[in-house]
Design a binder for this molecule. Structure first.
Ligand SMILES: [Zn+2]
Ligand SMILES: [Zn+2]
Ligand SMILES: [Zn+2]
Length: 333
């Protein structure tokens, strides 16, 4: 649990495990380093520059007197603030307030902290960004951690909008320009302030998979997703406007043999041309694949160097090798 009256150094050992405690520890450390920097500097100058007579306060110049005043004032104010925060079991700390907004009526911010910590430890979370602007998406939470701020929103409350994109020139390790997207996270909870997250466009597909809410694209930003994500999306949208296949009521559909998770929902029927024309052939296999696996199969048979040919090409049925094109892929209704 979170500090039941404990002080900062006791959290050090747990900081890898517990996201919230780790965050607070870094904040406290950061704050103290800054606050005592001035005092440390003054003390250092006493020895480094004896001619300024800093050790004898009344002899020092006016500028140094002012400096000394602030060097004492800042730690005093911070200590008072820290004391105020620590009252009532840290309930006054800004972080506790940020989290309390999400607490259920009978529980407090500690329950929220432990939920975040628990989900943060799972490996299936989505995480991106540099240490100074980290974005984490778990099953329940969308979190942004910066040096000075922690933003927390609950997935069920939010709507997301792509507001901006920045193209960066070629990086040495890839031959594609890098695109960064800015996504605004707004919550229907009036106590949660909207915040922006930034990510590489190739991570967009992964983010969307982790989110329950759709992402709207207000600025009509063209998103450069990873090639496979992009293809699967196009493949799906093309297949969805094809003819559908009404499955005979006597036929039982089995799980897709590619992923074993979705029920098979694809049947290949030659619709693109007359039966004896063109390169495509009729496949007589029973439905065995789901749409996603069929899309992945289709992509895997393509020339990786020439993505522009993908949509117009023919590939063999994974089972009987009869050739088919995207027009021949029918969703079962
Ligand atoms: Zn499948
Ligand atoms: Zn077949
Ligand atoms: Zn065809």
């Amino acid at each position: 649990g979170f500090p039941h009256g404990r002080i900062a150094p006791a959290w050090v050992g747990e900081k890898d495990k517990d996201m919230i405690q780790g965050y607070v520890f870094m904040r406290v450390l950061n704050c103290f380093l800054k606050v005592f920097f001035l005092a440390g500097y003054y003390l250092g100058m006493c020895f480094a520059a004896p001619e300024k007579h800093l050790c004898f306060f009344y002899l020092a110049s006016k500028g140094w007197k002012t400096f000394f005043f602030f060097a004492v004032l800042f730690p005093a104010v911070t200590s008072a603030l820290a004391y105020y925060w620590s009252r009532k079991g840290w309930n006054n700390h800004p972080l506790a307030r940020t989290l309390a907004v999400h607490a259920l009526p009978q529980s407090g911010w500690r329950a929220v902290a432990s939920s975040i910590n628990m989900e943060f430890r799972r490996i299936d979370k989505f995480a991106t960004g540099a240490p100074g602007a980290r974005v984490i998406v778990t099953d329940t939470w969308v979190i942004k951690v910066t040096t000075y701020c922690l933003h927390v929103a609950q997935q069920q409350d939010i709507h997301l909008t792509v507001t901006d994109s920045r193209q960066h020139e070629l990086t040495p390790d890839s031959n594609m320009p890098v695109q960064f997207l800015t996504i605004r996270v707004a919550s229907i909870n009036p106590y949660v302030k909207a915040f922006d997250i930034r990510l590489n466009s190739t991570e967009y597909g992964e983010l969307r998979e982790k989110l329950r809410a759709p992402i709207s694209n207000a600025a009509n930003v063209v998103i450069h997703q990873s090639l496979s994500d992009l293809f699967l999306e196009t493949f799906t949208s093309l297949v969805e406007i094809n003819q559908t296949y009404p499955v005979p009521s006597t036929q039982e559909l089995e799980p897709c043999i590619g992923c074993m998770q979705t029920i098979a929902n694809i049947k290949l029927i030659k619709n693109c041309q007359e039966p004896n024309e063109g390169e495509c052939q009729q496949c007589y296999c029973r439905p065995m694949w789901c749409l996603t696996c069929m899309g992945k199969w289709f992509a895997s048979r393509q020339d990786q160097q020439h993505p522009e040919t993908w949509l117009s090409s023919q590939v063999p049925c994974p089972t009987c090798r009869a050739k088919f094109c995207i027009l021949d892929v029918c969703i079962i209704r």
